[in-house]
Write a protein that binds this ligand. Structure first.
Ligand code: UN1
Length: 514
């Protein structure tokens, strides 16, 4: 299951101990706050202890970060990019053990643990190239002998608050972009996954040290959201909060950071749907929806939560889908053949079964039973089988994001627009997809009157976005964008410059002022 020697091996490779300080200013490690026990969902046992950040520790970290910004912002962007290239290299070297640690700490399958580290490597490669492409536009002035252009400057200190489900990659796709943009980063990870953050912090610190960089460029504050997270939200020295997590917390952060006119990038909940039309390849649809629904045990923001199926193909599709569920392998996520590990915690299991009770009480029909798994192969109370339920499209709970492997099947009849309307009729707007070989259906799904989500795919699932384009969503998903495309602009400040080389005064808009 989770052998002590495996834990020791990973800890040794990544510089972890049984007792770890949880704050770093980039040079020294400390932690004078309360103790946090880190429990592995694989067996319900304590992996290690972390000493969390208290207020004084926080001050020390933020002071170091602000000082580091004064230096880092002046280093040429391609040089910053070179350091991120080296971070990618260090992650390549640590991919195996870091992937294992992610799995040990939050329970995703080891295949997905390695995939997560690969996503970190990808964003480092991307950010290195980006460091030579932080382009601003120039335009023609209406005044003779005037030149106009815009340029992008570093913004300052970025507070990165991450979720348990991608405990390393969310940090990486914020940090890599923020650092090449000339910002410095303070990271507050989820309380379920502090060990992964300590391991990542050690890796970046090593790289920065090897480059003789000042400390404070990348820093870490492990602590409760209500304490340390709140200090970050209220702190005017933190220029941008990039938060990944629930809509409820995102609304709180938007109001607190907004009240001081700070910037936010919010990547909040999803309630992602797949539309299966009569023109879909049903085998392809079933396979992709299966991964989308049970990958990461249904705990991705991009997890497929709803399938909206045209009535004439409903039964045939369901049969194919359930045949995948029947073959699903559940167990220790460190076993390479296992597709689904435990949920992250016992409380996540309770949330799942409370939701299932509500669904059944309101008339949902269970077609694949979600149940708790017990016995010696499933220690610790976090293993479940995923659920599939048929529901009417207007059931209230279907509009909520339950962070668990529960998949809703909804029947539609009529044109594809009917399915799109059902899909869009939820508060969230992260990811969506359609399965169809019909061009008109696909294009109408992608059109202005189609999916209202930040991500819209054709013939692939809702999860597993690549890093090359912008990642994020609309409505209650928060509107933020991370990773590729021009998401970097969210991490910089824009400056419009006009230069007069005419030796005379010409006012814009033709104003005479003599
Ligand atoms: C998340 O669940 O917060 O698209 C992010 C995906 C991953 C990222 C998920 N690349 O599923």
């Amino acid at each position: 299951m989770l052998a002590t020697q495996d834990i020791r091996k990973a800890f040794k490779a990544l510089g972890l101990k049984s007792d770890n300080p949880g704050a770093s200013d980039g040079r020294a490690w400390f932690g004078n706050g309360s103790e946090l026990e880190v429990v592995s969902p694989i067996n319900g046992k304590v992996l290690a202890v972390v000493k969390q950040t208290n207020n004084d520790d926080y001050e020390q970290v933020i002071t170091a970060a602000r000082e580091a910004f004064m230096v880092w912002r002046e280093i040429p962007a391609p040089k910053r990019g070179e350091i991120i290239r080296q971070l990618g290299q260090a992650l390549r070297e640590n991919k195996d053990e870091l992937g294992r640690l992610v799995t040990m700490e939050m329970g995703k399958s080891i295949q997905e643990g390695w995939g997560e580290v690969q996503e970190m490597i990808d964003i480092c490669d991307y950010a290195c190239g980006l460091s030579r492409q932080l382009y601003g536009v120039q335009t023609h002035s209406e005044r003779a002998r005037h030149r106009m252009y815009e340029q992008w400057h570093p913004l300052g200190l970025v507070g990165v608050i991450t979720a348990f489900n991608f405990p390393a990659a969310v940090w990486a796709w914020n940090l890599a972009i923020a650092l090449v943009c000339g910002d410095v980063v303070v990271w507050k990870p989820a309380s379920n996954t502090p060990l992964t953050s300590i391991a990542c912090q050690k890796i970046i610190e090593n790289v920065l040290r090897e480059n003789n960089m000042v400390s404070g460029i990348a820093t870490l504050v492990i602590g409760r959201g209500a304490e340390i997270g709140e200090l970050l939200n209220r702190d005017p020295r933190v220029d941008l909060i990039s938060y990944t997590g629930s809509c409820r917390m995102g609304k709180h952060i938007a109001s607190v950071v907004g009240a001081r006119l700070g910037k936010t990038i919010l990547e909040l909940g999803g309630n992602n749907a797949v539309i299966v039309t009569p023109n879909a390849d049903l085998d392809l649809a079933a396979e992709n929806i299966f991964f989308g629904a049970v990958g990461t045990a249904g705990q991705r923001c991009t997890t497929t939560r709803r399938v909206i199926i045209e009535e004439s193909v409903y039964d045939a599709f369901m049969k194919k889908l359930l045949s995948f569920y029947d073959r699903l392998t559940i167990g220790s996520p460190l076993d390479e053949r296992i597709q689904m590990g435990p949920l992250v915690s016992v409380s996540a299991v309770s949330t799942m079964f409370e939701a299932l009770e509500t669904i059944v009480r309101h008339g949902g029909r269970v077609v694949h039973e979600g149940k708790k798994l017990q016995g010696e192969n499933y220690p610790g109370g976090c293993y479940v089988t995923p659920a599939v339920v048929e529901v009417p499209k207007d059931m209230a709970i279907v509009r909520e994001e339950t962070f668990a492997p529960i998949l809703y099947l909804i029947k539609y009849s009529g044109p594809v627009q009917t399915a799109v309307a059902i899909q869009n009729d939820v508060p969230q707007g992260l990811s969506s997809s359609i399965f169809t070989d019909n061009l008109v259906e696909a294009e109408s799904f992608l059109s202005a009157s189609g999916s209202d989500c930040g991500i819209a795919n054709v013939n692939l699932g809702t999860s597993g976005a690549e890093i090359g384009l912008a990642f994020g969503g609309e409505k209650e998903t928060g509107g933020g964008r991370e990773s590729g495309s021009d998401a970097w602009k969210g991490y910089m400040r824009r400056q419009t410059n006009t230069i007069n080389w005419s030796k005379g005064t010409t006012l814009a808009q033709g104003i005479q002022f003599e």
